[in-house]
Every structure is written in structure tokens, then in C-alpha cells.
Design a protein around this ligand. Structure first.
Ligand SMILES: [Fe+2]
Length: 192
């Protein structure tokens, strides 16, 4: 008798409405949640003084079977800037250093920033259809530099876990800022 957890299962992502069905969890991250991530703290404080606002939301669904733990997440980053720096995901490394991930850009434009936190850095220019393999140990952050939603899917194993310490402490080597209406990557002004 097959365990019900081992049956194939399909999800539906309602693209126009941005709803993953079924969704196990929806997380919203606001400017306040990301206060230490944006380099311009005065701009963060000014926004918070007049009311917080969402930067992105994540829906994820873990496919937990009797022997595997693949998961899918859909992230929607709203357009906008904080002190000239484009809206972005917090960014993380995986707790386990043998766990990679695949990201698939579905909508919008921007960058996937990749940083080993040990000197290596790479920025992948993103548009719909781009699929990027994120090797184990690379911190990853997505930046929305366009005028519309940026939407991407992540495929990973739950056991990978999330680690934020170095991202919070060091930041990424480069940040995406708006200059004359165009996105530009510049060295992180406050990089430790
Ligand atoms: Fe990840």
C-alpha cells in the first residue's frame, strides 16, 4: 500500500493574481523587516516614520514524502526603491553547505546577486525565462529593477535551511541603485 505522501502532486500558480494553490505559507517582508539590509538607513527610517510598506511576499509549498523533501517557492517583489536602492529580497545562504537551488524568473526584470561572502561575486541579469543554478554556499538575493512586479520560482530541498548571519553582517558586495532612471550596480557603500 503506497503511502499517500508518496503520490504525485501538482500545484497551480495563478500568475495574474499571484496565488499559489495550495500554499502552505505566505510570508510578507516589509521595509521594516529589511531595515538593516538597505544601505541608506536614513531613507529606511523616513519610510518607517510615515508607515511601513511591503517589499515582497513569498509563498512556499514543501513536497514532503516518506523519503524526500523537495519544495517550491514563489516570490513576488513589488517595484520601488528605498533611498535609491531597488526593492530586493533579504538574501540568504543555506544552513547546509552541500545544498544548491534553482531559480526561474517568471515575470519582470532585475538581477540575481550571488556572493560567496568570501570574495566571489556574480550578478545575473534577469528577465522572464532565465533559469539560474545557485551552487551550494553562494548567498543569493533578487533585486527588482523594473517598473512592474518581479516574480520568480525557487526549487530546493527543505533540509537546505536558511542562514542569514553573514548577509546581515556584511551585506552583498554590490547593490543595485537607480541613477538617472537606470539601474546600476555599485559597490556596497557600507560593506564590512
Ligand atoms: Fe535559497
Amino acid at each position: 500500500m503506497l503511502d499517500p505522501r508518496d503520490l504525485p502532486l501538482s500545484l497551480y500558480f495563478d500568475i495574474p493574481n499571484g496565488i499559489l494553490q495550495p500554499a502552505a505559507a505566505t510570508i510578507v517582508r516589509t521595509v521594516g523587516d529589511l531595515r538593516g539590509m538597505f544601505f541608506n538607513q536614513a531613507a529606511v527610517n523616513a519610510i518607517l516614520a510615515s508607515g511601513d510598506r511591503p517589499v515582497y511576499e513569498i509563498q512556499n509549498y514543501p513536497f514532503l514524502t516518506t523519503c524526500s523533501d523537495m519544495a517550491v517557492s514563489v516570490t513576488r517583489i513589488f517595484p520601488g526603491t528605498v533611498g535609491g536602492e531597488y526593492h530586493m529580497s533579504k538574501g540568504h545562504q543555506h544552513e547546509r553547505d552541500d545544498q544548491a537551488e534553482v531559480y526561474f524568473c517568471l515575470q519582470g526584470s532585475g538581477y540575481l546577486l550571488l556572493d560567496t561572502m568570501q570574495g566571489d561575486f556574480q550578478a545575473e541579469a534577469w528577465k522572464p525565462g532565465i533559469i539560474t543554478h545557485i551552487p551550494a554556499q553562494w548567498a543569493h538575493r533578487v533585486v527588482n529593477t523594473g517598473p512592474d512586479l518581479l516574480v520568480y520560482i525557487g526549487i530546493y530541498q527543505v533540509k537546505a535551511g536558511h542562514k542569514y548571519e553573514l548577509v546581515e553582517k556584511q551585506g552583498f558586495q554590490k547593490v543595485a541603485v537607480e541613477q538617472d532612471g537606470q539601474p546600476v550596480l555599485i559597490p556596497h557603500p557600507n560593506r564590512v
